[in-house]
Structures are given as structure tokens and as C-alpha cells.
Design a protein around this ligand. Structure first.
Ligand code: CTP
Ligand code: MG
Length: 341
């Protein structure tokens, strides 16, 4: 069938799969890197607890969800303060105070962004060069990190696919929400959604199962099924390899996803449209060209950072990746070639 748009990868399936598994092994962080992140956490925690003894300091993001790749010395942390008022300036004030504390503690690289959507202090741990993003009461991030970690326990193919996709996105420079492309968090959600939609599914939809983790944060319901030990092997009926999944992932985003009308979500396996979310028109800088629903903060379109130009760039990168996999008998070197303008 020459008419079939995407019959399958040109590479020998076993060879491609072996090469991808080798790549995944190479992308695992070394113990020294993990140790550096732990030391950075201990430093931050010591400074913060000296000032707020009742508080808790949490690590979230890839350092806490089994999905971190090597040479990514970024750690996300948040200070949980029980009695902080919800007033807009409250977090910004704490961020400014945290910045002062770290400067007094001798940390040189301290950058304050109190006016950001999520107020943040950026610092570099002096001994390990670990880059730390420190926020205040980022409770949704703690819960969504646990959700991602729980998904990662169910089937090892999620972490494998995420490693390949994150590495590809960094190499191709389509992994920077500040520059109008997508955050790693978006790519992880895309991978989870992809595995939920395989046939038979490789991952369940944890928010559609009877909830065992019950939590409300602000106006957002964060209930989901977190008894994931009992779900290990859920995807055993699906025998697709990493090679198969990398191919179907890129092929889907290049040629099948309906960017104009549909919303990527992991909350439900029922299709969600932009129309029903009222994500059809531009409001201010929010364009909704690529729509990715946050699993808990349902009003948040994580793709809102994309504009016409970056959407087109991203789509071309998906097409490039899918085209290489389809046509090149040895696609990985080109697939992962660093982007040059
Ligand atoms: N996060 C969020 N909302 C966003 C972006 C990020 O809640 N719009 C939170 C999520 O908890 C996510 C964490 O911030 O897990 C870190 O985001 P990001 O750095 O994009 O993902 P990582 O998995 O940490 O990716 P990387 O390994 O590339 O750092
Ligand atoms: Mg991160």
C-alpha cells in the first residue's frame, strides 16, 4: 500500500529498538549528578528552615518523578508555608525575602522574579553548580509531580519514551516555554496521553479510576487513583516496543493530531475539544494554537506559550522526526542532531 501515509519505520525494527534502549541507558543521570541535586536540596532546606521552622521544603519536577535525564542540573523546589494569605503580593514578598536570605548565606547567583505568574527565586548552589528554581506554596506542582511519578511506576515504557522525547526536544530546541515552545512537563503529558491511547492501552487514566488520593488545592480537585503497585503490568497486553512507541509518537504529532480542534489531556480518555473549553479565541497573549490541558488546574492551557511562528516550528520538527523515522534506515543520528539556525 504505497498510498498509506505512514506505513512504518524504514529501519529494521529490532535494530532501532536496541539503539533506542542504549540511548535511554546513556541518558540516565550519573550518581554524582543525583548526589549534587540532593546536596543542593539540603543547602536550600537548611537556609529556609532556619527562618521558617514550621515550613516544609519539597522537591518537585523531574528530580522527584523518576523522569530526569542526565546533564540537566535543574532542580525545582518549593517552600510550603501553612499560613500564607492567598493575596497576590504574599508569595512575591516571600520570594524577595528568600532571595535576601540566600544572598546573606553567600550564594552569589541569585535572581529574583517576584512578578512572574509563579513568583520564583533562581539560584545556583555554590558547591555543585546545581541550578535551583525555588517557589512558594506551589502545591499543585507537588501533586502533579506525584501523579507523573505514579504513572511512571505502572509501565517502564513511559520513562523510556519520555527520555527519548525530552532528549530530542532539547537537541532540537523546542523545549523552552520562555521562548514560546513547550516545557518538559508538556512533553511528559503528551507521552502519558500517547500511552493511554494505545490499543490495548499501556497506561490507564488514573483520574478516571476510583480515587484513593483525595486532595483539593484552591478550587482544583486533585483526586485520583494512586494505588499504582496494583496496576503494575496494566499494559502487559500491549507488546509494543520502545521503537514502536517512538515511531507512533512522532507520527501522531506530525500527521494525526488535530491541532486546530483538539486538546491534549491525560485527565480523561474521552476526546476533549477546544470548543468545549472555550479555548478557541485569542485572549491577550493566550492564543491556544496548541492546547494541552493541565491535569488538575483545568483552566490552564499549557500550550498557551506557543505563537504562530513557534507552532509552525514545532510542527515542522515533528514532521522532520516522523519523516526520518519513516524514510531513513538509520534515523537516530539525524533525529537527534543539534538544531542549527
Ligand atoms: N510545572 C507546572 N506547570 C507548568 C510547568 C511545570 O506545574 N506549566 C511543574 C510540574 O510539577 C513539573 C515541574 O514543574 O513536573 C517541572 O517542570 P519541567 O522542568 O518543565 O519538567 P521536568 O520534568 O522537570 O523536565 P526537565 O527534566 O527537562 O527539567
Ligand atoms: Mg525541571
Amino acid at each position: 500500500g504505497g498510498a498509506i501515509l505512514a506505513a512504518g519505520p524504514a529501519a529494521d525494527a529490532a535494530t532501532l529498538n536496541t539503539a533506542l534502549h542504549q540511548l535511554v541507558d546513556e541518558l540516565k543521570p550519573m550518581p554524582a549528578e543525583v548526589e549534587g541535586r540532593t546536596q543542593a536540596f539540603e543547602l536550600v532546606q537548611a537556609v529556609l528552615l532556619a527562618r521558617w521552622p514550621e515550613a516544609k521544603v519539597h522537591v518537585f519536577g523531574s528530580s522527584a518523578n523518576n523522569l530526569s535525564i542526565c546533564n540537566n542540573n535543574d532542580v525545582d523546589m518549593t517552600l510550603e508555608l501553612q499560613h500564607l494569605p492567598d493575596a497576590p503580593g504574599a508569595k512575591a514578598a516571600v520570594v524577595e525575602e528568600m532571595g535576601r536570605l540566600f544572598m546573606q548565606a553567600g550564594v552569589k547567583d541569585v535572581l529574583l522574579l517576584p512578578k512572574a505568574r509563579v513568583p520564583v527565586v533562581k539560584l545556583v548552589a555554590p558547591t555543585t553548580n546545581t541550578r535551583i528554581d525555588l517557589t512558594v506554596n506551589n502545591l499543585l506542582a507537588i501533586v502533579n509531580t506525584k501523579l507523573l511519578r505514579d504513572y511512571s511506576v505502572i509501565d517502564p515504557r513511559l520513562a523510556q519514551l519520555v527520555f527519548v522525547v525530552k532528549h530530542w526536544a532539547k537537541r532540537r530546541q523546542v523545549n523552552d516555554a520562555y521562548r514560546g515552545t513547550l516545557s518538559s512537563y508538556c512533553y511528559v503529558l503528551m507521552c502519558i496521553a500517547h500511552l493511554q491511547h494505545r490499543s490495548p492501552p499501556i497506561l490507564p487514566c488514573l483520574q478516571a479510576l476510583p480515587p484513593t488520593h483525595i486532595r483539593t488545592i484552591g478550587r482544583w480537585n486533585c483526586d485520583y487513583h494512586d494505588q499504582v503497585e496494583g496496576l503494575r503490568g496494566y499494559g502487559a497486553g500491549n507488546t509494543e516496543t520502545l521503537g514502536d512507541l517512538v515511531w507512533s509518537f512522532f507520527e501522531f504529532w506530525a500527521w494525526r493530531h488535530d491541532f486546530n480542534n483538539s486538546v491534549v489531556t491525560i485527565r480523561t480518555t474521552t476526546p476533549v475539544s477546544k470548543a468545549e473549553k472555550e479555548w478557541t479565541k485569542r485572549v491577550g497573549n493566550e492564543r491556544h494554537l496548541v492546547s494541552i490541558e493541565d491535569p488538575f488546574e483545568l483552566s490552564h492551557d499549557l500550550g498557551r506559550t506557543m505563537d504562530r511562528q513557534t507552532t509552525s516550528v514545532l510542527h515542522k520538527e515533528f514532521e522532520r522526526a516522523a519523516g526520518l523515522l519513516r524514510d531513513d534506515p538509520e534515523p537516530l543520528p539525524k533525529l537527534l542532531e543539534p538544531y542549527r539556525a
